[in-house]
Design a protein around this ligand. Sequence first.
Ligand SMILES: Cc1cc2nc3c(=O)[nH]c(=O)nc-3n(C[C@H](O)[C@H](O)[C@H](O)COP(=O)(O)OP(=O)(O)OC[C@H]3O[C@@H](n4cnc5c(N)ncnc54)[C@H](O)[C@@H]3O)c2cc1C
Length: 490
Amino acid sequence: MKYLLVKVVNIHLNGSIYDVIIIGAGMGGLGAGIYLQTKNSNLKTVILEQHTQPGGYVTGFKRKGFYFDGGAEGIMGMDDSGSLRLALGELGFEHKFLREDPLEHYYYEDKEFSLYTTREALLKEIEIQYPDQKEGFERFLKRCKSIIQEQQNGKPVPEQNKPYIEFIKEFVTSEDIIDAFNLFCLWFGATPSETPAIHIAHIIIGVLEEGVFYPKGGMQAFSDHLADFYVQKGGKIVYKSMVRKIIMNKGRTVGVKLLDGITFEGKFIISNADVKKTILQYVGKQYFPEEYWQSIDELRQSVTGIMLFLGVDVDLSKYPSHFQIGCDLNVVEKVNNNEFTLDKLAIRIPSNIDPSLKSQKGDSLLAFIFQPYNWENYWRAGPNLVRGDEYNSYKEELTDKLITKIESVIPRLREHIIVKELATPLTFERYVQVTDGAWFGPFSFQELPSFKTPIDNLFLVGSSIKGSGVPSALRSGLEVGKYLLEKHLS
Ligand SMILES: Cc1cc2nc3c(=O)[nH]c(=O)nc-3n(C[C@H](O)[C@H](O)[C@H](O)COP(=O)(O)OP(=O)(O)OC[C@H]3O[C@@H](n4cnc5c(N)ncnc54)[C@H](O)[C@@H]3O)c2cc1C
């Protein structure tokens, strides 16, 4: 990897002031940096990233030769004519992607079902597995499509205020199918009754028309590639740089201060960091109108969860790359009610999409499920989040439970384990410095802040302003980069 690992000693780099300081090398920060540097290579921009690698939640790591993705697992809008791919292509950035099809495979009590990403294959699967649902499901798809058209033509949409669960039940009665398509509510950590039908219509048609893709080489390879591209265009990334303060002077930002006391000066600041921390801690509420900081303070965070990483000395290529065990429409509701649940587990085997990720020793597998942030007194770490013996032994206990669940599909898996690690909500919280370890930033279906803040040279990017998902975070970065360039830096 050839990121510019600038040793953080001589911070002003010849005493100069940066045009733009970007806090965080997640999708939002990288998108903004890439746009700015590509469109004007004379700009001096820097990304300050607290971690040792780029990507934020678009991440991956290796243990004993096994590769694991640690967050996002599929990206929409990356087919050859996909809008995001074209937007990146226009800047000269190309990455190879592999289509995830089926997008998900379900192991239900007495049936298996594959959620294919082409209309024909999907309808065929429904006809085979649930023949009595085919006609209703075809009407459902037709209605999804016409909702989008009506919306585009400015016509009133009767489903305007309808949730997913009521919408789909007008067409389909099988709980399995309702559960399978609830996937698109889970992508936002939302219950089926709080996810707008219109939103689901867009996602389903988007998935069927554009597909969902996996970056060749894994999620970390994609983030590394974006970071390399930014550096090639003249940008700088300084890792291990935890921003703790945004420095203010006469109502404007003038720079940032890192955890170790080092300061960077900049004319504009774009924050890809957690929005609550950016506004309430790094700047401080005294610099904002009360109404604004209160609206940030009151933002509801999305759900978090646990993730298990297993490296095994056995070939798992006969299993689907993405699958789920169990049917449970109430998983998010349970988590919102502070209940622990293992009723539905999602499994990923990255080398079954990209065989180049296979380890010489066997395969890697990851399993995850939403869970409350504060379960069992912060996962037995206590309110001070001390990851001691109790925390570690609880992780062992949970790992065992998860493996037992996975063994309902992959028998005797525990006999083959070489690598075993469990991430809790505390791990996610620390990894990207996000409030409550939220997987999707602030909950998507609420009024999110604008990219502009009341401070005229401070901007926000990422899922904090656009909602969950790699495409929205990346796109927000490109859009803020464009805005800044056109309005302030041209
Ligand atoms: C388990 C999981 C599965 C997911 N699956 C998918 C999926 O399949 N498809 C999809 O589209 N989306 C998925 N998502 C959501 C998606 O990954 C995120 O919405 C998106 O990546 C968020 O990008 P971001 O730029 O907003 O923020 P982040 O990824 O949170 O990046 C923020 C960056 O800022 C850095 N940072 C934070 N604070 C500071 C600071 N003070 N100083 C310096 N640096 C700082 C962090 O280290 C990080 O690098 C998933 C998320 C999770 C957790």
